[in-house]
Ligand binder design. Structure first.
Ligand SMILES: Cc1cc2nc3c(=O)[nH]c(=O)nc-3n(C[C@H](O)[C@H](O)[C@H](O)COP(=O)(O)O)c2cc1C
Length: 340
């Protein structure tokens, strides 16, 4: 990598026949990457693409965006929004992709990485990595059904074997994927052990399509290290973007956060949520975000307890005011023990 991280990240990347002006993207996160959170991130800017949390492919063809908590977007984000779907049936994955293309999304992302038991038990997400033939069929079916870019997100697999990850990557490319996001952890690991970034290099070397490296990118020096170590074409940021939604702008636009950024951002989020969800659901979504937010502070566990003692958004705003009255000490690197 020559030059600064920003110079590397703010550089065109071609995915299929579309240009992304910036190589830093928001990873798909169920329960976190919803419309209100994406608005928060969009207000800071600095990213190339945003991904939705995973949506059930079977529901998408008849889903109503007015009532669905996940299949919901703002017109203005469609140009940089990729909708992620999960499922195991090639036909329903293709049907979902057709609706996603019709609605005007930038692309569709296929989930081959989720290792949550409820998803894998049904044969979805990372469970598909045990069945390479079916995985290929899914990607092929989606590829044939749409002309928008097709992304695949996957992880190492079920055993710590770089060859199986490389073989899957090649398979995905052959089946018609236009870009991959690779999270180098085996499924039973979830997020406990550190991701093995060297595997990202093997995957990127094995395919000619762009690979977004993912896993434990917290500070700019991590971004630089991942690019140097793996030659991946882009960075996919998950939890750290929840903790600091201005991270994209900081890494790519040299945005310098002010002293009140933490308070102002959490407060702003508490106002964006009810634009899209009812009060109870907004409070629930704020509580999902709260651990990542509190990880920014020394004694974050205590702040978290205080922050989530709330029934309403007004309670949350009052709790924020009282927390920031005491000037909590921020950490340069968030306490990842608070990251779920
Ligand atoms: C709460 C939560 C929900 C997630 N939901 C999804 C999902 O819907 N689809 C997916 O492919 N990955 C999902 N992931 C995994 C992230 O996309 C990402 O791979 C993981 O958090 C590692 O990246 P990070 O270290 O930057 O957070 C989720 C992660 C978290 C923490």
């Amino acid at each position: 990598m020559d030059g600064t991280l920003a110079q590397y990240l703010v550089k065109d990347l071609i995915v299929k026949d579309r240009v992304i002006r910036n190589r830093m993207v928001l990873a798909p996160m169920a329960g976190l990457g919803h419309i209100a959170f994406r608005r928060l991130v969009s207000e800071f800017g600095g990213f190339g693409l945003l991904f939705t949390g995973m949506c059930n492919a079977k529901a998408i063809p008849h889903e109503n965006p007015c009532t669905s908590p996940v299949f919901k977007w703002q017109e203005e984000e469609l140009g940089y929004l990729v909708c992620q779907i999960f499922g195991s049936d090639p036909e329903s994955m293709a049907a979902a992709a057709v609706r996603i293309e019709k609605e005007g999304f930038f692309g569709v992302d296929l989930n081959f990485g989720c290792s949550v038991a409820a998803i894998c038990k049904k044969g979805y997400g990372a469970a598909l990595l045990k069945n390479p033939e079916l995985s290929s069929k899914i990607v092929k079916a989606v590829r044939e059904a749409v002309s928008i870019p097709v992304f695949v997100k996957f992880r190492t697999g079920w055993e710590n074997n770089p060859l199986s990850a490389v073989n899957m990557a090649v398979r995905f490319e052959e089946a018609g994927a236009d870009a991959l996001t690779f999270h180098p952890r085996i499924a039973p690991d979830r997020r406990t052990r550190p991701p093995q970034w060297d595997m990202i290099r093997l995957v990127q070397e094995a395919v000619s399509i762009p690979v977004f490296g993912n896993g434990n990118l917290f500070e700019e020096k991590d971004g630089i290290r991942m690019i140097r170590q793996t030659s991946c074409q882009g960075l996919s940021i998950g939890r750290m973007a929840v903790a600091r939604p201005w991270l994209f702008s900081q890494w790519t636009n040299r945005f310098v956060p002010g002293n009140d950024i933490f308070h102002q951002t959490a407060l702003r989020f508490s106002y964006l949520l009810p634009d899209h969800f009812d009060e109870d659901f907004s409070v629930r979504l704020f509580k999902k975000y709260a651990p990542y937010f509190c990880a920014n502070f020394k004694f974050g566990h205590q702040l978290l307890k205080k922050l989530v003692r709330a029934q309403t958004l007004v309670d949350i705003r009052n709790n924020l005011a009282s927390i920031f009255e005491s000037n909590p000490e921020t950490l340069s690197r968030p306490n990842i023990n608070l990251f779920l």
